[in-house]
Design a protein around this ligand. Structure first.
Ligand SMILES: Cc1ncc(COP(=O)(O)O)c(C=O)c1O
Length: 418
């Protein structure tokens, strides 16, 4: 599981970076992808707050343009929309953690998703996505992409026959999440990748809930992965950013397109992200453990109807998760015994988690999904999407598990009278 020592290649991009070949995930999170010797021998990479870069003379400018054609990623930059050294440092760190050849940091997780799909799908194309996914992603695919004559089929998560039979001659892409939101379904990533390969269709996974500490989808032949870095990667509820990662042959053209579309991310965000990534392994390992303890506690509580966490034997993907993943992250979804009013009372009685629609940071957050993510839908439609009135999603922070459990216990007893 999480403590395992991983085999990594030395970072060929950094000749002065002498990391041993075998290092654990905390060491990787602190050191990978960076030049060991920084400008002025500072320990920390500076924030390069500049919108543009200069050239000594025309020979220098000409040489830059020529070099850029053969090596689009280098230590020199031309203009802020095409690259920034602090952003590049964050990109290198995350690429190393995700076993990717290249990474692109963009303005938000949704920017990463919309940008990737718009770039990879020509007019007339079709994509297949799994249900139980982030609502905005599904809205983008079902409501926005049709404006460009791009259609989308949504298939039940875990039904690989349905996934395969939804593929048509014009299908260009399969999209899924793992673990999914809110039911924490685990994707059979090797099977998903194999289906894509056999049909000549690209596979893209939103791995926000996994983090590179728990899982590396690219190792299983997935073409591109996406992160909302707003969540675990940043880890402190203080930034918005998105990531696209994969092989250079896919990432480099995407980077060129971003230079045209413009949704880049700034050096301050990159700095915060580098800082957050240093504790990624520590935080995620603790969140994995806390979520497991909380899920087991909830499962045995008289006021709780159902709990969804892949570390529970009752979860539909328990066996698959154990086979594929090193941990399952910090999100636990559960239904209380009762209706919307009961769920509201439980949420209101919680003292530690804040009522807020995000996850992955130091503070625990709680959300009543029907109210805060699906309030625009009539109840009948929401129920068809499997979002009942009594469903609560709890995103665990790094507080002590015992304190969170004590708080949950009092809130459930207050709210449900159990
Ligand atoms: C799984 C998943 N993907 C993407 C996003 C969108 O990320 P962002 O809020 O950074 O745009 C979210 C946001 O909650 C998410 O949960």
């Amino acid at each position: 599981m999480t403590g395992e020592i991983l085999k990594v290649e030395e970072d060929s991009q950094s000749p002065d970076h002498c990391l041993p070949r075998y290092i654990g995930s905390s060491t990787r999170a602190v050191h990978l992808g960076e030049n060991r010797r920084k400008a002025t021998h500072a320990l920390i990479d500076p924030i390069f707050q500049t919108s543009t870069y200069t050239f000594d003379n025309m020979a220098d400018a000409r040489q830059f343009e020529q070099d850029h054609l053969s090596a689009p990623v280098s230590d020199r930059f031309e203009y802020g929309r095409y690259g920034n050294p602090t952003v590049a440092a964050a990109e290198k760190r995350l690429a190393a953690l995700e076993h990717a050849e290249g990474a692109i940091q963009v303005a938000s997780g949704m920017a990463a998703i919309t940008f990737t799909l718009l770039s990879l799908l020509p007019g007339g194309a079709h994509l297949v996505m799994t249900d139980d996914s982030y609502r905005r992603t599904r809205q983008f695919c079902e409501e926005f992409l049709p404006r460009y004559n791009i259609s989308c089929s949504v298939v039940p998560f875990g039904d690989y026959e349905a996934l395969e039979s939804a593929i048509r001659p014009e299908t260009r892409l399969l999209f899924s999440e793992t673990p999914s939101n809110p039911y924490m379904r685990i994707l059979d990533v090797p099977r998903f990748a194999e289906i894509g390969r056999r049909h000549g269709v690209k596979t893209v996974i939103d791995a926000t809930f996994s983090t590179p500490i728990n899982f590396n989808p690219l190792d299983y032949g997935i073409d591109l992965i996406i992160h909302s870095a707003t969540k675990y990667l940043g880890g402190h509820h203080d930034l918005l950013a998105g990531y696209i990662l994969g092989r250079s042959e896919l990432i480099n053209p995407l980077r060129d397109s971003i230079g045209i579309l413009g949704g880049i991310s700034d050096p301050h965000t990159a700095y915060l992200l580098i800082r957050g990534l240093k504790t990624l392994s520590l935080r995620v390992k603790q969140q994995n453990q806390t979520a497991q303890q909380v899920a087991e506690f909830l499962q045995n509580h008289p006021a709780v109807e159902n709990v969804w966490y892949p570390g529970l034997v009752t979860h539909p993907d328990y066996e698959l998760g154990k086979r594929l993943m090193r941990g399952f992250g910090g999100v636990v979804s559960f239904t209380v015994k009762g209706d919307e009013a009961d769920a509201y009372r439980v949420v209101d009685a919680l003292k530690l988690p804040f009522i807020s629609p995000s996850l992955g940071g130091a503070e625990s957050l709680v959300i009543h999904l029907a109210t805060q993510a699906y309030s625009d839908l009539p109840r009948e439609e929401r129920l068809k999407l499997n979002i009942p009135d009594n469903l609560i999603r709890l995103a665990l922070g790094v507080e002590d598990a015992e304190d969170l459990i004590t708080d949950l216990d009092q809130a459930l007893r207050t709210g449900i009278n159990a």
